[in-house]
Design a protein around this ligand. Structure first.
Ligand SMILES: Nc1ncnc2c1ncn2[C@@H]1O[C@H](COP(=O)(O)OP(=O)(O)OP(=O)(O)O)[C@@H](O)[C@H]1O
Ligand SMILES: [Mg+2]
Length: 239
């Protein structure tokens, strides 16, 4: 079998001397959606931040497309094709929608490519084309979520790390965001690693789900398999 797109082996990481991840391992297959769930404070965001290069692991290895990327800077990791969308505010409120999207595509060499990607984002979220010249900070929460999603799409990443894309959004917008994720996955073969509190939604779209608890991986498998494990559902379904 081919090597996974992303392989995380025995990752130990945290903040200063505070160890949060105690040896986490994970595989992300190309063209698939991989979900990570787990209680608050279990280290989900820490894991994504470490993969994205914002934190340097104390131990362990991260391989992407067959290359060891452990310890590289966030910029280098982005250049390798990994785009990280952190939890919370992710847009530039005082720039227009169009300018925000251009920021997302700053790593693209050709302006023709920027325009082509922006066209693709506008097809995905037509409302953003209508609001292209408005300040992003003046849009609704759901529209701002579309802007940040669009920014992530601009650099044509090979892997997108999403930290709680549904947080703070109305149910209808959550529905749209997950539909777009599924569409990009099926249509463009885009690979996602998604941290989510919305278990129902992530179980709908994910090919594989990981459960992280207290900095350790306590389950990995298909959503159906997780659903059939009553003890897991009892412990983690209420998240
Ligand atoms: N910058 C930081 N400095 C020190 N400790 C931190 C920092 N950020 C997070 N932590 C701690 O690391 C632990 C894991 O945090 P993390 O944000 O990874 O959890 P999480 O699983 O993403 O939680 P949530 O579901 O609430 O987003 C927590 O105990 C948290 O207090
Ligand atoms: Mg988090």
């Amino acid at each position: 079998m081919a090597e996974p797109l992303l392989t995380v082996d025995n990752l130990v990481a945290g903040y200063g001397r505070l160890e949060i991840l105690h040896g986490v391992s994970l595989r992300v297959e190309a063209g698939k959606i991989t979900g990570i769930i787990g209680p608050n404070g279990s280290g989900k965001s820490t894991l994504l931040k470490t993969i994205a290069g914002l934190l340097t692991p104390q131990q362990g290895r991260i391989r992407f497309q067959g290359v060891d990327i452990t310890g590289l800077t966030p910029h280098e990791i982005l250049r390798h094709g990994i785009m990280f969308m952190p939890q919370g505010q992710r847009i530039f409120p005082r720039l227009t929608v169009q300018e925000n999207l251009q920021m997302g595509g700053y790593s693209l060499a050709q302006s023709a490519e920027v325009n082509q990607r922006m066209g693709a984002v506008f097809r995905l979220f037509p409302i953003l084309q209508e609001k292209a010249h408005q300040l992003a900070g003046e849009l609704s929460g759901g529209q701002q979520a579309m802007v940040s999603f669009g920014m992530a799409m601009m650099s044509r990443p090979r892997l997108i790390l999403l930290d709680e894309p549904s947080a703070g959004l109305a149910p209808r917008i959550i529905q749209t965001v997950f539909e777009r994720i599924a569409e990009l996955n099926r249509g463009e073969g885009m690979t996602f690693l998604i941290v989510e509190q919305n278990i129902r939604k992530i179980m709908e779209v994910a090919d594989t789900v990981y459960i992280l608890d207290k900095g350790e991986n306590v389950f990995s498998g298909r959503p159906e398999e997780m659903r059939s494990r009553e003890e897991l559902m009892a412990l983690y379904l209420h998240l």
